[in-house]
Structures are given as structure tokens and as C-alpha cells.
Design a protein around this ligand. Structure first.
Ligand code: ZN
Length: 185
């Protein structure tokens, strides 16, 4: 397994729609293993093949102890709305509030081509929607009215995670407020 460079905003390859995965042989497995290593190294909760320059409809998501490998994924059902902070490994240093569906059901194929169905809400649901967007050449910043809505975020030790939780619930949205580093995908 090797960690691959993650493409950054501005790279046109992030805007290419992922091609349908039709071969579930060793080259795909090598790619998936590299994507998992890259996602964990970042670290992030998801990574799509186009983010490492591979124009394929393949992504990985890892939330908690649940690791998903999804080829040719499609959302077949969704319910509710959920607005929360979201970040992207291809847009480092920023986050923004994005409204997503609260819960989604996804049909996909695993690395052997077997059909799988996944349901997710909360962070998992958000990560699934974020990765599926990548496979369409779409980034979360496309949902923003203005790039002024991007909130600079720090990384690492200077975050006050515990103190921030209580006030985060009713704090005003905007760049004036210091925010926790959101999960990146
Ligand atoms: Zn992303």
C-alpha cells in the first residue's frame, strides 16, 4: 500500500466524472488499498478515486470502525435534511456549512463486484454524499452561494474540542467564530 498525493482544488481532474468500474481485478484492489492508506494518512473519513487522479467511480469511506469500499455507488433513497460543517481533503484549510440529506441509502459494488447496500446518517451519511459528489466531478464548495462562506479552520493541537461543543450548538454560523476542524473527505 502506498500513500498517493491528493489533488487540490484547481486541478481539472477533480472535475472529471468517474467512469463506471467494470474490472474488479488486482489493479482495482491496489488502487483501493492505496486510497485507504491515503485517506488514513491525511487523515480523512473518505476519499474518492478522482482525488488521486484516477477517473473511476470508486471511493472509500471510513467512519468509526466501519470501512466501506464502494464501486459504482448510487443513492437510491434519502430522507430529511441535515446542515453541518463539511471539509474536503482537496480543499485544505477550509470548511463550510452544507445542507445534505440526513439519511441516505446507497447501492454499490464491493471490490469483487458483489452488490452491496449501505445506509448512513450523520457523519457517515454526509461522507457518503460527499464522496458520491466527487465521482460526479462535484465539490462541496459548489453548494455555496459565495466562497466568502468558506471558514478557515486550523489543524492540530490548538483546537478546543471539549470547550467548543456546548457553544457550537447555538453559535452563529460564520467565519468570525472559531470552529473545530471538521471531518475531511
Ligand atoms: Zn472531498
Amino acid at each position: 500500500m502506498s500513500v498517493r498525493p491528493i489533488l487540490l482544488l484547481g486541478d481539472p481532474r477533480l472535475r472529471i466524472r468517474g467512469e463506471v468500474v467494470t474490472s474488479f481485478a488486482r489493479p482495482l484492489h491496489v488502487l483501493l488499498d492505496d486510497m485507504i492508506a491515503t485517506m488514513r494518512d491525511a487523515p480523512g473519513v473518505g476519499l474518492a478515486a478522482p482525488q488521486v487522479g484516477e477517473p473511476l467511480a470508486a471511493c472509500v469511506v471510513e467512519v468509526g470502525d466501519r470501512l466501506l469500499e464502494l464501486m459504482n455507488p448510487k443513492i437510491v433513497k434519502s430522507t430529511g435534511d441535515d446542515r453541518d460543517l463539511e471539509g474536503c481533503l482537496s480543499v485544505p484549510g477550509y470548511a463550510a456549512y452544507v445542507t445534505r440529506r440526513e439519511r441516505v441509502w446507497v447501492v454499490a459494488q464491493d471490490r469483487r463486484g458483489r452488490r452491496i447496500k449501505v445506509a448512513g446518517s450523520g457523519l457517515l451519511g454526509r461522507a457518503l454524499q460527499h464522496e458520491l459528489d466527487h465521482l460526479q466531478g462535484k465539490l462541496y464548495i459548489d453548494y455555496l452561494d459565495s466562497l466568502d462562506d468558506l471558514i478557515p479552520v486550523g489543524r492540530g493541537d490548538d483546537e478546543e474540542e471539549d470547550a467548543g461543543d456546548a457553544e457550537a450548538a447555538d453559535a452563529p454560523k460564520g467565519r468570525a467564530r472559531r470552529v473545530k476542524t471538521p471531518a475531511l473527505a
